[in-house]
Design a binder for this molecule. Structure first.
Ligand code: ZN
Length: 114
């Protein structure tokens, strides 16, 4: 498994804080804009391709619903309202779609969620 440049938890946090409504359409470019406002990512000159794998994973698990694509810009909605769960192994609290499967801790990949 390749090392991810972007933390899965940060992607989920951005979506939950800014696009947490099943009627809101948002894009990977907008997520990139929020990442670029964070100190840890600002010097990295990130591209949408740097977190494409994470978004594909979130499509696969049922968090993200892909709506449209125009070249490298992908548009999404969240699949359902989001729920928070805390990881019993590392303590991170994160956001999941209700029916998302599998629900894995974005920090340590544990399935042991409270
Ligand atoms: Zn964890």
């Amino acid at each position: 498994m390749s090392t991810l440049k972007v933390n899965r938890q940060d992607i989920r946090k951005i979506i939950s804080e800014n696009f947490n409504d099943t009627d809101i359409r948002f894009s990977n470019d907008e997520i990139l804009g929020y990442l670029n406002q964070m100190d840890r990512y600002r010097p990295m000159n990130l591209d949408v391709l740097d977190f494409e794998d994470i978004l594909l994973e979130m499509e696969g698990s049922g968090f993200l619903r892909p709506i449209a694509q125009n070249f490298n810009t992908r548009y999404y909605k969240i699949m359902t309202d989001l729920v928070t769960r805390s990881c019993k192994d590392c303590g991170v609290v994160s956001w999941f779609a209700d029916a998302e499967e599998p629900k894995l801790c974005p920090q340590c990949r544990s399935a042991n969620l409270g």
